[in-house]
Design a protein around this ligand. Structure first.
Ligand code: ADP
Ligand code: MG
Length: 307
């Protein structure tokens, strides 16, 4: 079963800004999925549409096979949203914040009390249940947000940059909390502009940039690709085909040029040996970079600016 399926989703804001250019996205039930992208990429817009806070311009969204346009209430009931900013009344206690949310979902009082207790315990907040939330630490406030989002037992928990701007200790404790929630069966989608965060938590990942999905893969393959170097080699005599050399990804660009991806652990010696066995002589070698690497450099630089 798919937790989320998005087809050709577009968003043009009233001022004419095209925030989503027609994106496709699938998230399997049980997954821990990252939507990674720099600021302004379209992450919050995507999440806003999924959770019915923002209207799409066109396209389809299905949540656990329920069409968001046709059956919004049911689709919404499957989702718990943790927005980026702390947005509860800081003069309320943690318990009341979560109870009020249960009330919003029309839960009978007895069930609301039970669910509130369950969520506050899960978030290690039960001891703090009667503390006015303004007195809670930053990390605890974020956990109150998650407890609130989980009170109606959503099948899909969506967190929008849950750790942006929080210090490293709180970040790590939140990672543990999110892992635990996922291990108990809740599908999680998380937006982030920290690659490290996606890497530590997520099984699958999509990268969004300027309103378009530029990569949609599993975390392991992505990391393997980031660990490759790319070269363009000019060869001495024209080539029509080239045999595989174990460990390298080789592509014939044209008769006089090949491109090679080299895992950083492997080096170039075996490549040249493999080529010479095929009587291929390389006359020059230059570093080629790819779009993904460039994107990550941009992400990393953006990170340095904010933190
Ligand atoms: P992200 O969450 O990845 O940082 P957003 O989805 O918030 O990106 O924004 C995507 C683009 O849409 C940005 O260029 C942003 O300025 C623009 N945008 C977001 N919200 C609005 C809005 N309410 N009105 C107009 N433009 C918006
Ligand atoms: Mg955002």
């Amino acid at each position: 079963m798919k937790a989320l399926s998005i087809r050709n989703l577009k968003k043009v804001y009233a001022d004419g800004l095209v925030a989503l250019k027609g994106i496709d996205l699938d998230v399997e039930e049980g997954d821990f999925f990252a939507l990674l992208g720099p600021n302004g990429a379209g992450k919050s817009t995507t999440i806003g549409i999924i959770s019915s806070l923002v209207n799409s311009s066109s396209g389809d969204v299905r949540i656990f096979d329920v069409d968001l346009k046709r059956n919004k209430q049911l689709a919404k009931s499957y989702i718990g949203l943790v927005p980026q900013e702390v947005n509860f009344n800081q003069f309320e206690t943690a318990r009341n914040i979560v109870m009020n949310q249960a009330g919003y979902y029309g839960m009978p009082r007895k069930q609301a009390l039970q669910q509130t207790e369950r969520c506050l315990k899960l978030m290690h907040l039960w001891d703090q249940r009667d503390t006015v939330s303004r007195r809670l630490s930053g990390g605890m406030k974020r956990r109150v947000m998650i407890a609130r989002a989980m009170v109606h037992q959503p099948k899909l928990l969506i967190l929008d940059e849950p750790t942006a701007g929080v210090d490293i200790e709180i970040r790590r404790s939140m990672w543990e909390t999110m892992k635990q929630v996922n291990e108990q069966g809740t599908t999680i989608i998380l937006t982030t502009h920290y690659l490290e965060e996606a890497e530590s938590l997520c099984r699958n990942i999509a990268i969004i940039n300027q309103g378009a999905i530029v990569e949609d893969t599993d975390m392991q393959s992505l990391l393997a690709r980031l660990n490759e170097e790319h070269f363009i080699c000019d060869v001495k005599s024209p080539l029509h085909k080239i045999a595989a050399i174990p460990g390298y990804k080789i592509e014939l660009l044209n008769a006089m040029q090949i491109s090679v991806s080299v895992p950083k652990s492997l080096g170039l010696n075996q490549l040249f040996q493999g080529l010479s066995e095929q009587q291929i002589e390389v006359v020059s070698l230059k570093n080629g970079s790819n779009r993904l690497e460039q994107l990550f450099l941009d992400l990393i630089n953006a990170d340095k600016k904010v933190s």
